[in-house]
Design a protein around this ligand. Sequence first.
Ligand code: APR
Ligand code: PHB
Length: 386
Amino acid sequence: MRAQVVIIGAGPAGLMLGRLLELAGVEAIILERRSADYVLGRIRAGVLEQGTIDLMDRAEAGARMHQEGLIHHGIELSFDGDRQRLDFSSLIGRHVMVYGQTEVTRDLMAVRQAPIVYEAENVEPHDFDGDAPYVTYDRDGVTHRIDCAYIAGCDGYHGVSRKSVPASALKTFERVYPFGWLGILVDQPPVGDELIYAHHARGFALCSQRSPSRSRYYVQVPLDEKIENWSDTRFWDELRTRLNPDTAEALQTGPSIEKSIAPLRSFVAEPLRFGRLLLAGDAAHIVPPTGAKGLNLAMSDVEALAEALIEATKERSHAGIDAYSAKVLDRIWKAERFSWWMTSLLHTFPETGPFGRRIQRAEFDYLRSSLAAQQSLAENYTGLPG
Ligand code: APR
Ligand code: PHB
């Protein structure tokens, strides 16, 4: 088999890249280790920046998003129960849209014309340091080989692409946080119109939502916490404790329809190009979910990567491929900084002690009193320019 580009991974990054290439007439094959149902079963964040909304439109996948997505003009921060609303629209004239990543994935799957190879096992990129790379994979007991011009590694943090690069050619930067987020999904109306990010001495909490009748809530838990120890009742009690009393009172609870614990990590690999292999999305970087940047960053990576690949395959110019890594890393590090900062402000860090909490309180009070600080948060949250 032959294709101009092989894309490894059919998460949002791989699907969006595949679609942008398809629309430009560049032939790409997508190889995904899991089944389509498995991919759609993953519950992840759901805040879209304007750049992501625009890209969904460019991919001709935006119709349902515009119908069902909820425009949010701001967020609320809460610190030991003291509330501060940040109105993005009045601060910087921008907004975000709440629309689940699962739905983004579903819409991108639906618009793709060419098939996706699901349940591709043992996917392996080869010879990407030369001019004739190829990818092998097994399906139904048969080994296949696809020769190509470029390989796009969109296979997430645990994928094979980044691992195929010799360690000496790669520099990685990492911070693992000593806690995770316990999240539940529930068919109850959200407690507020907007997202609420709350700091409390017992830990961080987040009130998020998927639709007017479906809510997503999180509490910070120690890394070694076991999901079995968290009945729904315990979760709701803990969440209420961490919220402002009025918010706690208004919370509508119910049986969880999904419950899971996710660790928090900051991670960047550099560079993002090795010969004819290019990394994008979670394969290249991870942000803690506090700033809701993961999906948006993946989308801005593949927007740049699609442009570079189209230029390389249609115009035979390597300039975009050569510039790709430096171009996207600039934005990636700014999103890493913001996600780390939001995480640092809002979580409890046992090791920083009472001094650390006072500094967090001072940061919150500064935010409350400074228009400049609020604008800084607003421009980062709604998305820095590409
Ligand atoms: N071969 C083929 N596919 C693979 C392999 C492999 N060896 N390893 C992983 N994959 C697939 C995964 O099954 C997954 O479907 O690659 C896909 C990667 O998708 P994501 O993990 O969703 O990563 P990405 O598309 O970069 O999207 C980033 O996901 O984790 C969130 O916060 C993050 O929202 C962001 C988004
Ligand atoms: C979510 O809805 O899952 C969500 C929203 C905002 C975040 C993180 C997660 O910052």
